[in-house]
Design a protein around this ligand. Structure first.
Ligand SMILES: CC(C)(COP(=O)(O)OP(=O)(O)OC[C@H]1O[C@@H](n2cnc3c(N)ncnc32)[C@H](O)[C@@H]1OP(=O)(O)O)[C@@H](O)C(=O)NCCC(=O)NCCS
Length: 241
């Protein structure tokens, strides 16, 4: 199994009866991820990352060293999971089910005991099902449960969403995140118009490349105290639906 040996925290994956998160293994997961995502460039419309042009390019994003992006195994702040849908039959990607997408812990800090759930992509056949709720629910349990409960014992998990990404915003709200605020002009999508990105719909700043777009970001947070005081229970119910 591929592992992010550089990640700040030890990770053993997470599982329930419908879904599991395992370390993303490029040799096992990239081909199917690419095949199912390549016809849907809109999956990347709300994020800075560009759609990969080949399986080899996608694999390279995991192996680059020094780390050039959030997926790099050599990036100690990141850990990428493959999402396995256990309600589907065994496949070449996993003996317990099918590859339904990917989700990562990013910007992890062992000092501040925090991480962000990021680069979540649910492959189109698995969208609007139990998959997103269970993938985020398992990632939250892994992050916020105590080490005695097999979690990392983090104190805060963050979620960022393009203001125009309704599915991401609704998912964050369903999973108990609290909206902290909106960061205007948060990210520049360089040549975003050419790359099919969706911007903030505002005019461009003076001197901009006319093909650029900008993203405004909604910032969400979930602290250990909210987790203890009801969110964990609420999420368990959402996952069981
Ligand atoms: C964002 C994403 C992970 C959400 O997963 P999903 O399977 O679509 O989401 P869910 O079925 O759990 O639904 C989330 C909510 O958004 C709604 N929704 C889903 N797709 C939507 C769309 N295209 N437009 C509007 N609402 C949408 C659902 O109806 C649901 O609403 P509800 O809570 O009121 O029932 C998925 O759409 C995705 O992979 N998008 C592309 C990648 C991306 O943008 N990732 C996030 C940024 S890193």
């Amino acid at each position: 199994m591929a592992a992010s040996s550089a990640f700040h925290f030890p990770i053993h994956g997470a599982s329930n009866d419908r879904l599991k998160l395992v370390a993303f293994n490029p040799e096992q997961h990239c081909e199917t991820f690419f095949r199912l995502s390549f016809p849907h460039p809109e999956l990347y419309a709300h994020m800075p990352m560009l759609a990969p042009s080949s399986v080899a390019e996608l694999k390279g994003r995991f192996y680059d060293n020094p780390p050039g992006n959030i997926l790099s195994f050599s990036n100690p702040e990141s850990f990428a999971f493959a999402i396995i849908d256990k309600t589907r039959p065994a496949s070449a990607e996993d003996p317990e089910g099918e590859l339904a997408g990917t989700v990562s812990l990013i910007r992890a800090s062992p000092t501040d005991l925090c991480a962000e759930i990021g680069f979540i992509v649910i492959l189109p056949p698995y969208q609007r099902t139990h998959v997103a709720t269970n993938a985020v629910g398992l990632a939250l349990q892994l992050a916020l449960d105590s080490p005695e409960q097999n979690g990392l014992g983090l104190c805060r998990v963050h979620w960022s969403a393009n203001t125009t990404n309704l599915a991401s915003v609704k998912l964050a709200e369903r999973m108990g995140f609290k909206l902290i605020g909106m960061i205007p002009w948060h990210m520049r999508f360089v040549k975003g118009k050419v790359h099919g990105k969706i911007g903030n719909g505002k005019g461009l700043p003076p001197g901009s490349d006319p093909e650029d777009l900008w993203r405004d970001t909604l910032s969400f947070s979930l602290g250990w105290d909210m987790w203890r005081d009801g969110v964990r229970e609420r999420i368990e119910k959402a996952m069981a639906r």
